[in-house]
Ligand binder design. Structure first.
Ligand code: S3P
Length: 172
């Protein structure tokens, strides 16, 4: 079994995947961490030195590597399902779970930690709002292809596991 957590930056995919892994037999992989490990540098430096287009290629390679792993929960980057045919490949190779949150909540979270994210770090408060509204609209087409959509507001790992079980996806 391979579970892919997808959704916008700031929704809590990595934290959730880690917590799910701790409560199940599933191993945790994180696409950004795989890229960092593979390239030996940070995501910020890859964006700075090689650009977003190259990052998307590395990201796709990391995603493809996960298709060779079994019994795992994979936290994707916010953009992972939205480039190439990644979402279709995710859906072919695993179960995709879209963690969904209101844009207003995402915005308040991302205002606080935008500096860790190369796509956001140079934006003013006003531009950040426009950007998040715009790309969340563009990306919803891809996120909405997920097998399962879960409201991520105040979501615990146990609640996520329970909700997936109710849909017939047994994680433990
Ligand atoms: C990105 C999200 C980031 C990281 C990169 C690009 C995006 O991951 O992959 O900065 O395009 O949404 P998180 O969603 O874990 O922040």
């Amino acid at each position: 079994m391979r579970i892919y957590l997808i959704g916008f930056m700031g929704v809590g995919k990595s934290k959730m995947a880690k917590a799910v892994s701790a409560k199940t037999q599933l191993k945790h992989f994180d696409i950004d961490e795989l890229v960092v490990h593979q390239r030996g540098t940070t995501i910020t430096k890859i964006f700075e030195k090689e650009g977003e287009e190259q990052f998307r290629i590395y990201e796709r390679e990391a995603l493809k590597a996960t298709f060779g792993f079994d019994n795992c929960v994979v936290s994707c980057g916010g953009g992972t399902p939205c480039f190439f045919n990644n979402i279709d490949e995710i859906n072919r190779n695993g179960i995709s779970v879209y963690l969904k949150l209101d844009v207003s909540i995402l915005l308040s979270r991302l205002e606080k930690d935008k500096n860790e994210r190369p796509l956001l770090s140079s934006l003013s408060k006003e531009d950040l709002k426009d950007f998040i509204h715009q790309i969340s609209k563009e990306r919803s087409e891809y996120y909405n292809k997920a097998h399962v959509t879960i409201n991520a507001f105040n979501l615990s790992a146990n609640a996520l596991i329970d909700q997936l079980e109710q849909k017939g996806i047994q994680l433990r």
